[in-house]
Design a protein. Structure first.
Length: 317
């Protein structure tokens, strides 16, 4: 896998800072599901840029890959403000240094697995009895009864609200203050109904080991993400923010996913096509508005110069 990073520390070729005039710049933020690709051309932000330039019939659209492997939404908030893990200012580059016109956020799995799941396990350690300890110690019992220890939908929603949605609100406030639009994407998961037995076992093992699912199974993970997507849809509706239905329009098994969240090149192409199709009307509108504003500015400049090219104040009265 080729890894090329530009001066601001994100994956990709060098980016012009300050942003060139008449360029509509999109920053794609998230974790490894944004950064992934064997080379730059196979990352979803690169594919998205290609799609948008075709759909909008212009070369003025630029998409920057700001994905960072392992990044949570808490890390995204820090990257908006250049803060370290405990909230102190740093000299690290931020998303806003790119002067983006639009930020596209595709995130969920890192919050669920690196922030929320550890809290649930800690609760089990404190509140669970001998049966809980026995189930967690036995692979066979874990397969049979592990899901019975999963939190209720209400608890899952409350934790998602306290972590991910809270950070999304912070991102949105910062974006608005800086006159940057923000769009969110629902998060795609493998289609359980289409998995072969081998694929199911592979994805479940991946979730329980690498992603720390432990006693939970693949079906529990999918349920958590579905609840997240429902919460995200409600959030975007309340805030009037664009929502791209990636999860609803991208389903598949081993043809799309290599694990519970990362995708094959075909999966990334389909993901980019979905996002491009839903964002193209917004991008075209913003490009048209920018052209109109630029033409008005030129008109005002010509008027101020007067017929001789000087200012109106210099003309004889």
């Amino acid at each position: 896998m080729s890894q090329v990073y530009h001066c601001l520390g994100f994956r990709g070729d060098e980016v012009d800072v300050p942003k060139p005039e008449r360029t509509f710049r999109i920053a794609c933020i998230g974790g490894s599901t944004t950064a992934e690709g064997h080379n730059l051309a196979e990352t979803y932000p690169s594919l998205l840029g290609q799609q948008l330039r075709v759909l909008c019939e212009t070369d003025r659209v630029e998409v920057v890959n700001c994905g960072i492997a392992g990044l949570t939404t808490h890390g995204q908030v820090a990257r908006m403000w250049a803060l370290d893990r405990i909230g102190k200012p740093t000299n690290s580059p931020t998303y806003l240094d790119l002067k983006p016109d639009l930020i596209v956020d595709y995130a969920a799995v890192n919050d669920v697995c690196w922030q929320i799941l550890p809290v649930w396990k800690e609760r089990l350690d404190q509140e669970g009895g001998w049966w809980t300890r026995l189930v967690r110690a036995s692979y066979w019992l874990r397969d049979c009864y592990g899901s019975t220890m999963a939190p209720s939908d209400r608890e899952i929603i409350a934790d998602l609200e306290a972590v991910t949605l809270k950070n999304f609100r912070s991102l949105l406030r910062t974006a608005k203050v800086n006159d940057v639009e923000l769009a969110f994407c629902t998060f795609a998961t493998p289609d359980l109904s289409r998995l072969t037995r081998t694929e199911w076992e592979h994805f479940e093992h991946d979730f329980r080991t690498f992603w720390r699912g432990e006693y939970l199974g693949l079906a529990d993970y999918v349920r958590i993400i579905e609840l997240f997507n429902d919460q995200l849809a409600d959030f975007c509706k309340r805030e009037g923010v664009p929502l791209v239905p990636v999860a609803e329009e991208l389903s598949g098994s081993g043809d799309v996913f290599i694990d519970i969240c990362h995708m094959t090149i075909d999966g990334r192409k389909r993901k980019a096509e979905i996002i491009a199709r839903h964002l193209a009307p917004l991008v075209r509108k913003r490009l048209s508005e920018a052209e109109h504003t630029a033409s008005l500015d030129i008109g005002r400049l010509d008027t101020s110069r007067g017929p001789a090219g000087g200012s109106l104040a210099s003309l004889p009265r």
